[in-house]
Design a protein around this ligand. Sequence first.
Ligand code: ARG
Length: 585
Amino acid sequence: MAPVTSLSDSVNQQLGSAISATLPEASADPLLRRSDRADFQANGILALAKKAKVNPRDLATQVVSRIVTGDVIKDVEVSGPGFLNITVTDRAITDNLAARYADETGRLGVPHAADPGITVVDYAQPNVAKEMHVGHLRSAVIGDALRAMLDFTGEKTIGRHHIGDWGTQFGMLIQYLVENPGELAPAADVDGEQAMSNLNRVYKASRMVFDSDEEFKERARKRVVALQSGDKETLDLWQQFVDESKVYFYSVFEKLDMEIRDDEIVGESAYNEGMPETARLLEEMGVAVRSEGALVVFFDEIRGKDDQPVPLIVQKADGGFGYAASDLTAIRNRVTDLHATSLLYVVDVRQSLHFKMVFEAARRAGWLTDEVTAHNMGYGTVLGADGKPFKTREGETVRLEDLLDEAVQRAAEVVREKAQDLTEDEIQERATQVGIGAVKYADLSTSPSRDYKFDLDQMVSLNGDTSVYLQYAYARIQSILRKAGEVRPTAHPELELTEPERALGLHLDAFGTTVFEAAAEYAPHKLAAYLYQLASLYTSFYDKCPVLKADTPPQVENRLFLCDLTARTLHQGMALLGIRTPEKL
Ligand code: ARG
């Protein structure tokens, strides 16, 4: 199956040849977009005319005279100062959609990128021995969607879950375990919930002794040294904390309906061995300098309070390495060993200064070159209904699991109310798909840089821009297809299309372009907006165009074909966002 070019691509090609026939020196980029006045509008002529110092309307008129209307382009006219309004034929729309429909790979005919790269996606990075909270939600959900979108375009992605599994707090935890053996059950014997409640208990208990007992504090400090020097007993106990935490992480990711691979959980500790070299190289190159015993990188342009330059600390005065050193070492690994061409960090916007400094230091050291892009997709905060950072009524941070459970519970109410021929088991299964989908969609449909309100009532509402609305559209189509029985969806390019059919068809045509754009811009909300519009266009189509009761048998088949392609596109698009589309709702 050959990849299908979208209609806008083929129109663009024709425009391109007409332009270069008119202006041979022009590198044509007619910039086609969907328009209300015609099917497409090209607005690149203005810039070309300006460059060639000719009158834009004249240029547009000449280009139009060179365009052969017929199979694809039905009509083209000059509008305004030099725009082109283009209408395509009904046949071209249906032909094009039929080609996608025939694609058995499930890619809907969307081609792979010609020259894909390797993107390392740093996302879903909770911290060992700590509970996951609502702040960890966005990184996981956005990262997972971006990854699927990039993969779909043909990019190779490598996941890195840079979990917080190192630091001085482990001295306290491990020392407590040494003195209270058996407080952590072996990881193999517990489920996620037990693991977390054990970890919580140990955390609180050790904190208490640490804060009240000076001698314990001293023993904990020595334990940090033992951990850093690789003492076997200490490392084993550390490993136990990590393993136990992973049991818990996995249970939460499973709830989130998200696949996390063990070999991609590469936490801060994985870079320990490389950190001394990172420091040495930075110092040798003069990128980092000694300042009051510490090894730091200064930036003229980055200043904090009192206009003092904020340094990036590579190595503390006591010789210890921290967060920056592990991230710098990780960059070396990702570029040199993993051959990344792009580094993407899905991390809270509050860490953006850290990444700005880390990237700049890595550029100075030559670890990041012009061939490698590095980007921190700093996402905004999840807010409560009151518009303040999301907290429980008691003012505590919200546990991610509680929040997911509540979403599923709410979704169950919605599903139950609408359910016609569903068993109780089916209702529960749908509730999970609807509830988790709602949480993901609410997150992904807002631009990542913006804060959003965690409002369950709105999230599971059947009206409006929600995943349930999309899931219902999908399920409704499946029900029509079931009712169609023996009648198979079949494209009939010879048929004239009505206005809602054309609008739906042209929007379907834009699927591939939208995914590529959304992936390239790291903008899942653009894909979400596309899907919402698809469902809306489908609804208008369905309201105005009877499907099973259409006038003629070919029209029934053609409308079923539009229904089925809409369903497949919804399914594929939602899958890229990590959201399920149940067959029945
Ligand atoms: N574990 C960190 C946190 O919870 C996020 C890690 C982000 N990734 C990184 N490469 N620094 O804040």
